[in-house]
Design a protein around this ligand. Structure first.
Ligand code: CTP
Length: 470
């Protein structure tokens, strides 16, 4: 299996070094899976030996030029180093033995097969021998190759045990299902449902690493629906599952905002790979659960859901250990503004409304429009086409306004220093008032974004504040 591999020379070197040292060695895990799937070039490769992994890594590193720096984790019997853009990890095969009075397994040295069966999925439990007698042979005791062909995620051991040993594997199962388009085998799916509670013992950072891989998959709703079905989603993001369901009063219903959100997320994922823009779509209607009301005359309303939703972003990001800087602010802004362009489409937008949208969205205008377009989930194709056309029209008009008035990344045409100089006054609140008035006048279209017009406007306004030109 390795004859055509671009790392063949390295594998030969590892093979020879192990033999010299009286050891055997196997490539295992994701590397073997991806090789069989012809998926992507390896960036990290894991090796298992039935003897001492740390010792083997040291002997191999000796032979490399330049000699790599080895990181050793004695408690796990692991050693790793980087070599030519590859992260190589060596570990001694391990076996877990459970004693009756302790849930925690004792880890001791074992055979390759012991090591394979304590892995998460059969597709990740295959090995390739690097030993002279059968170099390049696949060792697949649990039918990983067949599961790969049939696109099935199955655990080598009884699924409850595999998931209970490391509950992060529940997230990994769904992540692989979402990114590789695999089915989770029925018993395995059942086990995730019963073990779901144990996700609480996994660190949020590790959960989010998997969650974000689901978010970045081609059609994220696949993974999110599985997270929902297994009840993991309500444990991670209950604000989202709170959007589920349709209520009816006086014969009036509203749409199911959970499934609507998943559609929006899938729509946006066809147009962007930006993780935080995808997050904005996931959370855009998050304020709809707390704002839902039935009003006699109008029916169902979600008044102020954009604002309430935007206020929910920071606590969610904090809890999920997502980055609180620009990423959180970006999502918050898009959630707050997501209905603004729609209002312009239907209201026959005035230039000043367009200028305000430009001013408030600034750099994020295109992303905001990408979100708005994705938010159109009507199944009525002519309505859909009309909405999209309207958006293009608004976008064109916005471009015209921008060319004329340069509102995006707005820089005031007259500075505070210039105003102080004009009236010979020290810094004070008048400066702020006048600058704000200039900005408002430009946004309203009373004056253009132009120095002379701004100067004349300031002179007029200053009179009202009893300021005199020097
Ligand atoms: N593994 C496991 N349980 C986990 C994590 C990993 O059994 N919770 C095992 C699997 O055999 C896996 C290997 O360790 O193939 C290496 O894990 P990792 O590098 O995290 O993932 P990959 O399977 O290589 O996949 P990816 O690179 O897509 O994360």
């Amino acid at each position: 299996m390795l004859n055509q591999n671009k790392n063949l020379k390295l594998f030969k070197l590892i093979s020879e070094t192990a033999a010299e040292n009286g050891q055997n060695v196997f490539a295992v895990g994701g590397f073997v899976r991806d090789l069989l799937m012809k998926r992507k070039a390896a960036t990290d490769i894991d090796f298992v030996t039935e003897q001492n992994g740390i010792e083997l890594a040291q002997k191999i590193a000796e032979k490399l030029n330049p000699k790599p720096k080895i990181s050793i984790f004695k408690t796990y019997g692991t050693a790793m180093f980087r070599y030519q853009n590859l992260d190589l990890e060596f570990v001694g095969a391990r076996r877990e033995s459970y004693s009756e009075n302790s849930r925690k397994p004792a880890v001791e040295n074992g055979t390759l097969e012991d090591d394979q069966k304590r892995r998460d999925f059969t597709i990740n439990a295959m090995a390739i021998s690097l030993n002279k007698e059968n170099f390049g042979t696949l060792i697949d005791p649990f039918g990983g190759q067949k599961d790969l062909q049939n696109k099935i995620l199955r655990t080598p051991l009884e699924p409850h045990q595999t998931y209970s040993d490391d509950p992060l594997r529940m997230m990994r199962a769904i992540r692989f299902a979402a990114t590789l388009d695999f089915k989770i085998e029925e018993n395995s799916l059942g086990a995730i449902k019963t073990e779901a509670e144990r996700i609480q013992i996994v660190s949020m950072e590790r959960i989010m690493t998997e969650f974000n891989k689901i978010m970045l998959s081609q059609k994220p709703s696949i993974g999110l629906k599985l997270l929902d079905e297994t009840t993991l989603l309500e444990k991670i993001l209950p604000e989202l599952t709170a959007l589920k369901g349709i209520e009816e009063i006086d014969g009036q219903t509203h749409k199911d905002n959970f499934y609507h959100t998943l559609e929006v997320l899938d729509n946006i994922s066809e147009n962007t790979d930006k993780l935080w823009l995808r997050w904005a779509s996931l959370l855009h209607d998050i304020g709809k659960a707390p704002t839902k009301k039935f009003v006699e005359e109008t029916g169902w309303t979600f008044h102020g859901h954009e604002f309430i939703g935007s206020k929910m972003i920071k606590p969610i990001f904090k809890r999920l250990k997502l980055p609180l800087g620009t990423e959180q602010k970006f999502v918050e802004k898009l959630v707050r503004m997501h209905a603004r362009p729609i209002a312009l489409v239907t209201d026959d937008a005035s230039d000043s409304a367009l200028r305000r949208l430009l001013f408030d969205s600034g750099e994020d205008l295109e992303d905001l429009f990408t979100l708005c377009k994705a938010d159109i989930t009507t199944k009525n194709y002519s309505r859909q086409a009309r909405f999209k056309e309207n958006f293009e029209y608004v976008l064109r008009k916005i471009k015209e306004v921008e060319e004329k008035d340069r509102i995006r990344n707005f820089q005031p045409p007259i500075s505070g220093e210039e105003i102080m100089e004009m009236f010979n006054i020290p810094p004070g609140r008048e400066i702020g008032i006048l600058k704000e008035k200039v900005k408002e006048a430009i946004l309203e279209g009373d004056i253009e974004n132009d120095k002379t017009q701004a100067r004349n406007f300031v002179i007029k306004e200053a009179e009202k504040l009893r300021l005199k030109m020097k």
